[in-house]
Each structure stands twice: as structure tokens, then as C-alpha cells.
Design a protein around this ligand. Sequence first.
Ligand code: FES
Length: 567
Amino acid sequence: MASDDPSKLRSHVWFNGREYYNFSRRANLRSLGFNRDIFKGKPVIGICNSWSELNNCNAHLRQVADAVKRGVWEAGGFPLEFPTISLGEQFMKPTTMLFRNLMAMDVEESIRANPLDGVVLLCGCDKTTPAQLMGAASADIPAIFVTGGPSLSGNYKNKPFGTGTDGRKIFDLYRTGQVSEEEMIEIEGCMVRSAGHCTVMGTASTMASITEALGMTLPGCAAIPAVDSRRYAMAELSGKRIVSMVREDLKPSKILTREAFENAVMVDMAIGGSTNAVVHLLAIAGRAGVKLTLEDFDAISRKTPFLVNVRPSGEHLMEEFFHAGGVPVVMKELLPLLHRDSITVAGSTIGENVASAECFNRDVIRALDAPLHPTGGTVVLGGNLCPRGAVIKPIAASPHLCKHRGKAYVFENYQEMHDSVDSMDLPIDKDTVLVMKNGGPIGAPGFPEWGHIPMPKVLLAQGVSDCVRISDARMSGTSFGTVVLHVTPESAIGGPLAVVRTGDEIELDVEARKLNLLISEEEMTSRLAAFKPAPPHYKRGYGKLFLDHVTQADEGCDFDFLHRLEE
Ligand code: FES
């Protein structure tokens, strides 16, 4: 309920009163140099900052925080910035995904433990956005997101060069001797031109778009380039808005409804979002107490056209998506299919927010009746090789491989794959199905982005640029190819992937949503019965907590004890 009564503020308990601790807290806050007026009923707004020099994608967020502060002060609030762990996709080992839940716990408890009435969350790189969404949903005080935006578009020899996507393509040419060492050194300096997240529709751009679609940012936030002046203006507006949200008591639990998640999945399908979004959305929904399943993704995928012509599934980069109108235009196109009455942090509905959105480039954002593809970007598979599901992004796959039968060549783990994939003696051909085990949450551990098994050199030399690849790992959202991911249950806990042998036949049929290992039921049962798990990767510390409590991909890989409990 809307309230201007300062005694109703959550922070009131910390600072107002005649107890020793009230006095002591006031004294310690004043040590930061504030005068006593700050205690006159101003809502305390936390700015949860994932800035870090170990995370280049989020390296501009101190400046974004300054703009948020301007807005908070303007609106009569009192801003206090605080750090959390940050997860730099490019640097962290073994994988940032191992630490997404740790960051989500850090965000949740930092919000809950401190005298905050509302919070503005600053994120950007792949895992920082879902981790903050998970933490904010669990803490459930008024919260608004300012995503960091894509970095300046890469450019090499006067051609746009997308982070990840084009880097991988050029690296394949380098591996096969078609690009020189000198050129690669020059490209290093051309690919990532500023702070900000990847410039294609990878996981970071997808999660930013999804955050906007969920209603957790102001309209138009997702696609503004990281260093564009309009991102700072957006941050200032978000700082102003959170103060009103505190007065309106507009919490994540009022925004993150089942309808909001359906909207987000639909936008994910229309933008050709990263397969990682499936895992993250399942986890966020679990925190919000919303039942969302892989079946929901597939049902929404079947009825949502793919509209956004951005790499890796299209031609352009995020900057063109921004200039074409960004997420508001996509949502306006989707309005006949969306829940238009879903409320957003703006205090208005999705339908109201996008009513005046205008498309400025139809090559980048297609109309609903002229899509790039009639159905959505991600497909959920079933079958005896993935009884609890697997995902594939057919719009980034080779159409001729989407219905395919071939003999498996098995790598028992990532190291084995890495050590042999460039061997010219690898006994495979264009029809071989490459299978890699032990890439899941428990097996790797941490569910890394190993699923984009590099194309073997022996095939590249024959001019074969894609083949069917299957694993229980994830794949970078910037990647492409006929790649089946998130096979669940994973091999390390005895899922059927564990018992695939080189020479077995595998059948993939994307249209029919099937992934099958073509052995008899008796043979499958006897192989599964003989399965023995490897010893755990961790015996202590956070790693052990992760192994003991992480859920499988079809449940979002959150910890089992962090799902919202039934009231
Ligand atoms: Fe941070 Fe791609 S590496 S978004």
C-alpha cells in the first residue's frame, strides 16, 4: 500500500529510536560524512553493484551507480552503494556457473541484513544478472534493475565483429592455418572495444532483455550501449523511480508472476535468446515461487515467431538492435500473444509501456507477420537419451542436421575431447555424432560452457563446418551449430548419456522433439545398472555445498534449499 509515513520504512527500525544501537548506528552512518538530515524519513536505497576489474563487462558500473545516486537524491531518497561478488565470464575457473548461486546468496543476504528500503541492482555479464534476479526475488523488498548494456560493436577491417560469435569463427580459421598469428593479435584489439557485455544476442544480452520483459527494468533499458549517455540517463531515472516504488511497496513478488515469466519466455523465443536463459529462468521462477517447467518453454516456443535478426542466429549486433527500437518494439509486436496487463517496475503495465514503441529498422526487428522463422529460438527435446529433457537452438543449427541419424564418437570428458579434437587421425566423418560426457552440474563440476565442442580439425579440413554435438554441458550464448545441450539427468549421476559408447547409433529429430540412443531397452537397462559414479570433485567448502545441493538443469541448477517455500 502506498505510504509516505517514515515510521513504516524498513530502515526505521535501524536508525530511529532511543536505544543504544539506534544511537550507535546513526553515529557510524554520520562517519561517512552525512549530516543529520539523512534520518528525516528518507528511504534508504541500496545500490547493489557487481562492478569489478575482474569483470570487464561490468567495469563501468561505478559510473552507472553515480547516475543512480543522482536520481535517488533528486527523488528524496538516501543512496548507499554496496559491493557483492562479481562473476567475470572470461576469467573465472572452472566456470562462473559454479558461483551463480553463491552470488545470489550474497545479494539476498546483503539486502536482507542491511537497513535498506529499496534496492537498485547493477549487473551485466552473463551470470550477474540471473544471480541478482534470484537474490532480489528471495529478499523481496522493492527492487529495480539497471543492466549494463552491450559494449561498443567490434570492428575488424571495416566489418562489424561480434564478441564470441565472430571470435570463434575466426579462431577456426586460425586453427586451420587460414589466418595468421599477426592478424589474430590485431583482432584481439578490435573485438571488445569498451566496457559492457557481449555485443551479440548471447547470454548477457538475452538476460538483459528478459529482465526488461519480466518488468524488472524501466522500458528500453536492455539494449542501450554500455557507454552511451542514455544509459546513464536511464540509471538516473531508475534511481528516481525506486524511491516511488518504496512508497508504493512495489516488490518483486508483485511483478514476478506466472504471467511475467510467460512473457519473458516469449521474448526469449522471439529474440533467439541463449539456451542458458532456460536454466536461469527456471532458477529465478523457483525463487519467486512460480511453477515453470521445460514443457512451458517448448509450448511457448511453438507459438512464438523468431523476430530479431541479431548474431549468432542473425546478422546484426546489439547496437543495431538498440537503434531499431530494442525490446519495447519486440514486445509491441508480440502484444497479441503477451500478458499485456503484467505490472512492471515503472508502475505501469507491459501494454502501456510499449504502446508508443516504434520500429526504425525492419531488417533488424521483424514484424509478427513477417518473422525470420515461424517458431521460437529454443527447442526442448525428449527421448531415451534425455528423459528429463535437453535443449537445442535450431535457428543457430544447420537445417540438414536437425533430422539426423549417425554413429556416436564418445569423449568421456572435456579433457579427452580437448586433447584429441585436433587430431587428424580422429576416426569420424561428416555424419558422426560427437558425444561428450561429464559436463553437467555435478560432473564437470559447475555446468560449464563446454557444450560447443569445437569442430574437429579433420572435418574442417574437408570443408565440413558443422556436425551434431551432444553433451550435458551448457554452451555460450554467442555460440552456434547443431549442438544439443543440458542433457538431463547428467552423465555423472548415471543419466543415459553415461552409457553411450562409440559406434552406437543416435537419432536426433528436432521437429519431433526427439533424441534417442538406438539400443534396446534391455541393453539400456543392463548398461545403466553397471554404472558407477566417479568420486566427488570437492570434499569441503563451497564446492561441497554446491555438489550436495545443486539441482539438475531441468530445475534451474539452484540449490534445493533456496527455492521459495510454500506459504
Ligand atoms: Fe561478459 Fe560475454 S563475457 S557478457
